[in-house]
Ligand binder design. Structure first.
Ligand SMILES: O=C(O)c1ccc[n+]([C@@H]2O[C@H](COP(=O)([O-])O)[C@@H](O)[C@H]2O)c1
Ligand SMILES: Cc1cc2nc[nH]c2cc1C
Length: 349
């Protein structure tokens, strides 16, 4: 890959000590279930027995998609730019939930088809005003794709340097479930019909049309199995930036929170470049978008929440964040059997 990341699997040296710390807490062995696995993962990612969720942040990458002119979304393209206004004004679901949980929120213009006014929470990184329609040409050039990956990585490095060690990535882009579905099909081999869903809200007939359009796109490009070629052919600028963001976060040993279908498809691309990136990721929820469950299974991911969300914009991350917080808090603050003078499990029979 022309851009290099240095991603190692999390160091397992502390695994035994972390498990022992978890097992000595005042609870039946294993009784905190998935939170125990989460605490262990966070400790391993940060390589410490006492992890911290400093400056937890969500970054939303936004971009527009040329394929929208082929009628694959229930909503018009202009919604992407309008929702950026809503994010910045504090009126979107993610604005409300991020504020509820004390999460910093940043919005990245990765390639929205409009001029966006400067704002203190806006990061201007526009590659172009939307991608090309991938029905008959690549969505972007390879040079644009690499620039976007690097930009996503640079944005994460800035947050890291500002003290952030726990980060989640959301996305906004009318049409981007079409990109995600094609990426999933090309890189997993799962049948296209299993990867294509209703997105922001297609009816049955519209869903059939979307599947037909995406089949035509595949017929034009062929089933691309090289991750960067698939990404530049079918991706959005926001998806390419997400790829760079995940890879940089993993390189920096940051805990990475994953949102819904599109965010997970971007992680799939990243994992085909560097498999260990997934070890740094926590899957916040299973989206209602057709394909997400199979995609999580492909990545061996176990999601924290099943709430039938299909919103994107990092909303599942914000909702799952209190569970991540609870995992860290029990590991750091719960009493051991000795400290609380509680009798431990019988070992004499
Ligand atoms: O996160 C998800 O699982 C998810 C599922 C369906 C739709 N979305 C959001 O809806 C938009 C894409 O839907 P569509 O139908 O325009 O491709 C985009 O802005 C996503 O954030 C997100
Ligand atoms: C209104 C709206 C809000 C969204 N947020 C993320 N994707 C979205 C798609 C639509 C259509």
């Amino acid at each position: 890959m022309p851009i290099t990341f240095h991603i190692l699997p999390p160091c397992t040296e502390l695994a035994e000590a972390l498990q022992s710390k978890i097992d000595h807490k005042t609870k039946p062995l294993g009784a905190l279930g998935q939170l125990e696995a989460l605490a262990l993962q966070i400790g391993l990612c940060q390589n410490t027995l006492s992890p911290q969720l400093s400056q937890p942040s969500i970054i939303i990458f936004a971009g527009d998609h040329g394929i929208v002119e082929s009628g694959v979304s229930a909503y018009p393209q202009v919604v992407t730019a309008q929702m950026i206004g809503n994010f910045l004004a504090g009126g979107a679901a993610i604005s409300v939930f991020a504020k509820q949980h004390g999460l910093n929120l940043w919005i990245v213009d990765a390639g929205v088809n409009a001029d966006i006014n400067p704002h203190e929470q806006l990061i201007a990184a526009k590659i172009a005003k939307g991608t090309q329609n991938f029905l008959s040409q690549p969505a972007m050039t390879m040079a644009q794709c690499l620039t976007a990956i690097q930009a996503g990585a640079d944005i994460v490095l800035q947050r890291y340097n500002a003290g952030c060690h726990c980060i989640g990535f959301g996305e906004m882009g009318i049409g981007n479930t079409s990109s995600a579905a094609l990426l999933m099909h090309c890189l997993t081999g799962i049948d296209l019909s299993q990867c294509v869903g209703r997105g922001a809200g297609l009816d049955d007939a519209q869903l059939q049309h979307k599947l037909t359009v995406l089949k035509h796109a595949l017929a034009h490009h062929g089933t691309l199995t090289d991750p960067l070629t698939a990404l530049s052919s079918f991706g959005g600028f926001e998806i390419a930036m997400l790829v760079g963001a995940y890879l940089k976060a993993a390189e920096l040993n940051m805990l990475c929170l994953v949102d819904g279908f599109i965010s997970t498809a971007a992680l799939l691309v990243a994992s085909k470049l560097y498999a260990s990136v997934v070890d740094y990721c926590v899957f916040s929820h299973v989206s209602n978008e057709q394909g997400h469950q199979a995609l999580l299974a492909y990545l061996n991911g176990k999601a924290l929440l099943t709430l039938d969300l299909r919103l994107g914009e990092g909303s599942g991350i914000a909702l799952a964040y209190p569970l991540v917080q609870s995992a860290v808090l029990f590991l750091n603050n719960m009493a051991t059997f000795d400290e609380a003078q509680v009798a431990n499990k019988n070992t004499d029979h």
